[in-house]
Design a protein around this ligand. Structure first.
Ligand code: CA
Length: 218
C-alpha cells in the first residue's frame, strides 16, 4: 500500500513518513499542494494524507480538483484547526475521513487501512480470497488454515493482488505500488517475489497473464 503524504510542516511530515513506514506502508512525502498534484498524476497510490493548509495549492483546492477529475482515491485530511467548519468543508469536498492534529500515528495507520480496504470493496478487517486470509493490521497471512511466513515485500505484493482480486495488474503497476520512488529495483525482482509466493502458498494461486501482468482470480 503506497501512501502519499502532503504536509508542509517538516517535523510533522517526517514523523508521519517514518511512522507509516514503520507500520508497513510505502510512503512518499511532498511539501506543497502542486507537488502533491503532480505526484498523483502517476498511478500507484492507495490513499492520500492531506494537510489542508498547504503552500502553492491549498489542500481543499487539491481535493476539489481530484474529485472534479473523477479520482476515487481515498483521502484523509489533517487539520490543525479543529473547527467543525473545516471538517465539514473537507468532507463535503470529497474527503473520506479526517484527523485533528495532534493525532496518534497508530490511529492514522488504522484509519488508512480501513479507507483502503473499503475502497477495495471490503468492510471486514481481514481480507479473504478463496483459502487465503490476510490480516493487513498484523501483516500476517493464512493459507488453507496454516500460517505462512512472508517477507515484507512478498506481503506487500500479495496484499496488492488480493485487494485487486479479479483484476490483472501490470508489472509496472505492481512495481510502483511496492517500491518507493527512486528505489533501485533489479529487473527480475518482481518475478522472484512471485516465484516465492507461489512456492510458499500454492503454485497456481497467482496467474501470469502473458504480456500483461499478474492476477489472483476472485
Ligand atoms: Ca500546513
Amino acid at each position: 500500500m503506497r501512501i502519499l503524504i502532503a504536509e508542509d510542516d517538516r517535523l510533522l511530515g517526517e514523523a508521519i513518513h517514518a511512522g507509516l513506514k514503520q507500520n508497513g506502508f510505502k510512503t512518499e512525502w511532498v511539501q506543497d499542494g502542486l507537488a502533491a498534484w503532480n505526484a498523483l498524476q502517476s498511478e500507484g497510490f492507495s490513499a492520500l494524507v492531506l494537510d489542508l493548509g498547504l503552500p502553492k495549492l491549498a489542500g481543499l483546492d487539491l481535493l476539489r480538483r481530484l474529485r472534479a477529475g473523477k479520482s476515487a482515491l481515498p483521502v484523509l485530511i489533517l487539520t490543525a484547526r479543529d473547527t467543525a467548519k473545516d471538517i465539514v468543508s473537507g468532507l463535503d469536498s470529497g474527503a473520506d475521513d479526517y484527523l485533528v492534529k495532534p493525532f496518534d500515528l497508530g490511529e492514522l495507520s488504522a484509519r488508512l487501512r480501513a479507507l483502503v480496504r473499503r475502497a477495495a470493496g471490503n468492510s471486514a478487517p481481514l481480507l479473504e480470497c478463496g483459502s487465503l486470509r490476510i490480516d493487513p493490521a498484523g501483516r500476517s497471512v493464512d493459507y488453507e488454515g496454516r500460517s505462512v511466513e512472508l517477507s515484507a515485500r512478498e506481503f506487500s505484493l500479495l496484499h496488492e493482488l488480493v485487494l485487486n482480486a479479479g483484476k490483472v495488474l501490470s508489472r509496472a503497476q505492481l512495481e510502483s505500488r511496492i517500491y518507493a520512488w527512486g528505489e533501485e529495483v533489479e529487473s527480475n525482482a518482481l518475478e522472484v517475489h512471485i516465484h516465492h509466493l507461489r512456492r510458499k502458498l500454492a503454485p497456481n494461486l497467482i496467474r501470469t497473464v502473458r504480456g500483461v501482468g499478474y492476477i489472483i482470480p476472485k
